[in-house]
Each structure stands twice: as structure tokens, then as C-alpha cells.
Design a protein around this ligand. Structure first.
Ligand code: CA2
Length: 147
């Protein structure tokens, strides 16, 4: 069975508790349930991780191939705009990676307009709230199937 790793970056564990106008009302647990249902229908195993720590995210990405994952769905959250380490880990991991964001980072503050991650992933889906994750997973599944 194919295996996909989902990584949620810093502060995404706070979803549904604050800033609902930007990030929606769904909690991370609810988004994870949606993704699990989608993966089950596609007969793919999903492992979901959330971390507030850059190094922990780098480790997850770096070990993903050895841990037999075929692809990664990642919302790097604030590290999108700051982390050369996460970018380098993705560029080196040898897997299909899709980046997602709940909000449209280009319609927000200027410091969010730059993603260090987008140039090293297969594609980015953003601005659709929780649907960015389900659309991102669908795109990743499609890429893995047609690889
Ligand atoms: O839109 C996205 O998905 C972001 O990756 C979310 C990040 C933000 O830094 C990026 O620019 C865009 C923030 C995640 C933190 O989410 C919170 C949720 C509720 C309360 C506070 C933070």
C-alpha cells in the first residue's frame, strides 16, 4: 500500500481556536479526519504529523524516503517564508511534495508573499481554507499514480 506523509507546521495546532476569519473554524483534528477519509477511499496509508520545531520538520522530511513514503503533503506555515532548512530538506528528499496553505498568502502581508518552498515542490494549492488540503492530497495522489 502506498504511504503519504502529511506535515503541519508551527501553530497549526491552534486552528479553530483563534483567527477564524483568516483560517476558518475547522480544527486540525477535523482536517485530519477529512484527509484520513479521503486516503481510505484511495486505499492509501496516511501518517499525519504536526510540529512547532523546524529541526523536527527537517528530520521528518529527511527520513521520509527511508520510511517508505511515496509523497509528502506539507503546510510549512510560518516556515514557508523563513526556512532555508525546510526548503533544502524538500529539495533533497527525492519524493513528490505538494505545498498547501489555508489562506491566500499573496493577498496578505507582504512578508507572506514569498514562499521559499514553492520553487522546490511539484505544486502549491492555497487560499481554499481546509479544502486546500483535500485538493492538495488529490493532486498528490494523482501525481503518485501517474509517476
Ligand atoms: O495559510 C496558511 O496555511 C499559512 O501557512 C498559515 C500560517 C502562516 O504563517 C502562513 O503565512 C500561511 C500560520 C499558521 C498558524 O495558524 C494559526 C491558527 C489559529 C490561530 C493562530 C495561528
Amino acid at each position: 500500500m502506498k504511504k503519504i506523509l502529511v506535515i503541519h507546521g508551527p501553530n497549526l495546532d491552534l486552528l479553530g481556536t483563534r483567527e477564524p476569519t483568516i483560517y476558518g473554524r475547522l480544527t486540525l483534528a477535523k482536517i485530519n479526519r477529512m484527509l484520513k477519509i479521503q486516503a481510505k477511499k484511495a486505499k492509501v496509508a496516511l501518517v499525519i504529523k504536526q510540529s512547532n520545531h523546524e529541526g523536527a520538520i527537517v528530520d521528518l522530511i529527511g527520513r521520509a524516503k527511508k520510511n517508505k513514503f511515496q509523497g509528502i503533503l506539507i503546510n510549512p506555515a510560518a516556515y514557508t517564508h523563513t526556512s532555508v532548512a525546510v526548503r533544502d530538506a524538500i529539495a533533497a528528499c527525492g519524493l513528490i511534495v505538494v505545498e498547501v496553505h489555508l489562506s491566500n498568502i499573496y493577498s496578505r502581508e507582504e512578508f507572506r508573499h514569498k514562499s521559499l518552498i514553492s520553487p522546490v515542490v511539484c505544486g502549491t494549492i492555497l487560499g481554499f481554507g481546509a479544502n486546500s488540503y483535500t485538493l492538495g492530497l488529490a493532486a498528490l495522489l494523482d501525481l503518485i499514480r501517474t509517476k
